[in-house]
Write a protein that binds this ligand. Structure first.
Ligand code: ISE
Length: 331
């Protein structure tokens, strides 16, 4: 029997997840789809052979739903994760786990109260083959001890209208992947704003400087109106060498005296394999009765705490990251 997934949110990410779960991922199907826009829910449901649900809580409670995927607006995540936990159903929640620290703390308490983990947070870069190679190189000691990390995170354009949203909606991926790559925690965050692009209605690009507890320094460029394409870069500088993400697979075209390759238009194209692997492992663990994979509720909490520190650092301070003690369940 396939794992029957209920998808909450039929926007860009929800529709993509529904497409993958119904047509690419093995051992899964999509049974119900809900969205604030009932027409959009109907459209996505029809495309994947599912039914549209009247509302998310009905979807979560449905006997036709074995697992829940949340891709609705950030502000709804806490309520729907809590409902999935109460129903005892595995849940993959797109980032952020919750946009505020208090919401994440409530979810930590709720999952601990259950006595078992059910939550995966959608930090899909952990499943990207290039990032996995980079982590393996670090683990194998190929570079010596890591010293610096250079990151760039560029979107073609973004509806976001503030540096705060660039931090909480985009840089949050770097916060999570730096912890995962380095097996380390973030100690402080600084944010620098310089000349802004004339194409941006906000401070864009911004530069963040993150200090890890080990002393490793990471700079993160976030440029959400880069215009030319969607591109993510990450290079680790170690004592004896450096390693960075290779150029994503794609055509290298030589024509009319030019050589070049395409650049992704958004994150779905650039991280398609990561999303595929993340969903496949999530479904497999559900089908096999194994604990949830990937980023946990703790990782989702830490990402939101760091993002809040970054937003606080917009006033020019170097802001320390203050975490509660890590519960035993997540060690
Ligand atoms: C978007 O919300 C995402 O989560 C993408 O993964 C990220 O690359 C993009 O910058 C965000 O706006």
């Amino acid at each position: 029997m396939p794992v029957r997934v209920g998808v909450i949110g039929a926007g860009v990410m929800g529709a993509e997840h529904a497409r993958l779960l119904s047509g690419v991922i093995s051992r899964s199907s999509v049974s119900l789809v809900s969205d604030v826009d009932s027409g959009r829910a109907e459209q996505v449901a029809a495309a994947v052979g599912a039914r549209a649900a009247d509302d998310p809580l009905t979807l979560i409670a449905s006997p036709d739903v074995d697992a829940v995927l949340i891709a609705s607006s950030d502000a709804t995540h806490e309520e729907f994760v809590l409902a999935a936990l109460a129903a005892g159903k595995p849940v993959l929640c797109e980032k952020p786990l919750a946009p505020d620290v208090a919401g994440c703390e409530r979810l930590l308490a709720a999952e601990q109260g259950l006595g078992r983990r059910l939550v995966t947070v959608g930090f899909m870069r952990r499943y990207d083959p290039a990032y996995q190679l980079l982590r393996a190189a670090l683990r194998d000691g190929e570079l010596g001890a890591p010293l610096l990390v250079h990151c760039a995170h560029r979107n073609v354009s973004s509806a976001n209208h503030s540096a705060a949203q660039s931090i909480s909606g985009s840089a949050v991926h770097e916060f999570d992947i730096l912890r995962w790559l380095l097996d380390d925690e973030i100690e402080t965050v600084e944010v620098h704003r310089g000349r802004r692009s004339g194409r941006a209605g906000c401070d864009d690009p911004i530069l963040l400087l993150v200090r890890m507890r080990s002393g490793v320094l990471a700079d993160i460029e976030v440029f959400v109106n880069a215009t030319y394409g969607y591109e993510v870069r990450c290079e680790v500088v170690g004592e004896t060498g450096t390693a960075g993400l290779g150029e994503p697979i794609g055509l290298l075209v030589r024509s009319t005296g030019q050589v070049g390759r395409g650049v992704a238009s958004d994150w779905r194209a650039r991280f398609l394999e990561a999303y595929r692997q993340e969903l496949q492992e999530w479904v497999d663990t559900i089908a096999d009765g194994a604990p949830p994979p990937g980023a946990s509720t703790w990782d989702g909490y830490v990402a939101t705490v760091v993002a809040q520190a970054g937003v606080d650092a917009l006033d020019g301070r170097r802001v320390p990251v203050a975490l509660v003690e890590k519960p035993q369940e997540y060690r």
